[in-house]
Design a protein around this ligand. Structure first.
Ligand code: ZN
Ligand code: ZN
Length: 240
């Protein structure tokens, strides 16, 4: 049930049972979830294409890969979700907005910096690229639900790496899309402008509690390979 491949098609989750079949949806089943991992593209940022009846892209680090996947699946992109404002996670937002009309969503604490095009926070210079202001259509907050039809993504506010860093939790498959809050081998940096080690510690505690109460089977981070919810304890012990 919980096999996760690092690669293109990572999981097809059909509610009752899972199976792997390169990108083909079994249409006989009402409840389905597909998570396509677009791993380490662009500036090494992982992006995830999450498909229910509607589709969401989590982080826009490689607009071409996202468009290719969208066309291959013959699905539009209804939501362009952003885990936080760093350039490698948001660089494709404007292009994808223009091509798909998807709604751009970010936590309210990070949205203001995207809308001002704040270079000290977004840091496009680290990647040698320009950045233009982005209008945020949906300002997210803790508990906000993005309904994809048959499945939903719940916003978990996890400040620390940035003030408006968020994770998305999908309850059917117990998946957590963790952005740069936690990785398989550690936690996000807090030494960039807007970072806070104290906040990050509280955020990882919050994820531990989520795992305890509701379960986290797979963590899909913003960089590197996936992890398990059970890895959170060791990460917490090592870093805090
Ligand atoms: Zn980051
Ligand atoms: Zn990152």
């Amino acid at each position: 049930m919980t096999n996760v491949e690092v690669g293109d098609v990572s999981r097809i989750h059909l509610g009752i049972w899972d199976y792997y079949q390169d990108g083909v949806i079994f249409l006989g089943c009402v409840l389905f979830l597909m998570i396509y991992s677009l791993m380490g593209l662009g500036f090494e940022c992982n992006c995830y294409f999450v498909v229910g009846k509607k589709a969401a892209l989590i982080d826009a680090g490689d607009p071409k890969a996202a468009m290719d996947k969208s066309l291959e699946l013959n699905m539009g992109i209804n939501y362009l979700l952003t885990t936080h404002y760093h350039f490698d996670h948001v660089l494709g937002l404007l292009e994808l907005k223009a091509k798909t009309g998807g709604l751009i969503a970010a936590h309210e604490a990070d949205a203001v910096f995207l809308e001002n095009g704040d270079k000290t926070r977004i840091m496009p210079h680290l990647f040698g690229s320009p950045f233009s202001k982005v209008h945020v259509d949906m300002r997210l907050a803790e508990g906000h639900i993005i309904d994809l039809g048959g499945l939903s993504l719940e916003v978990i506010h996890t400040p620390g790496h940035t003030p408006g860093s968020i994770c998305f939790y999908e309850a059917n498959s117990k998946s957590l899309f963790s952005g740069d809050t936690v990785f398989a081998d550690g936690v996000g940096r807090t030494d960039f402008p807007g970072g806070s080690m104290g906040d990050l510690e509280k955020s990882v505690e919050k994820l531990l509690l989520l795992h305890e109460k509701r379960g986290i089977e797979t963590i899909y981070p913003g960089h590197g390979p996936p992890a398990c919810g059970n890895d959170l304890e060791a990460i917490y012990e090592e870093y805090f």
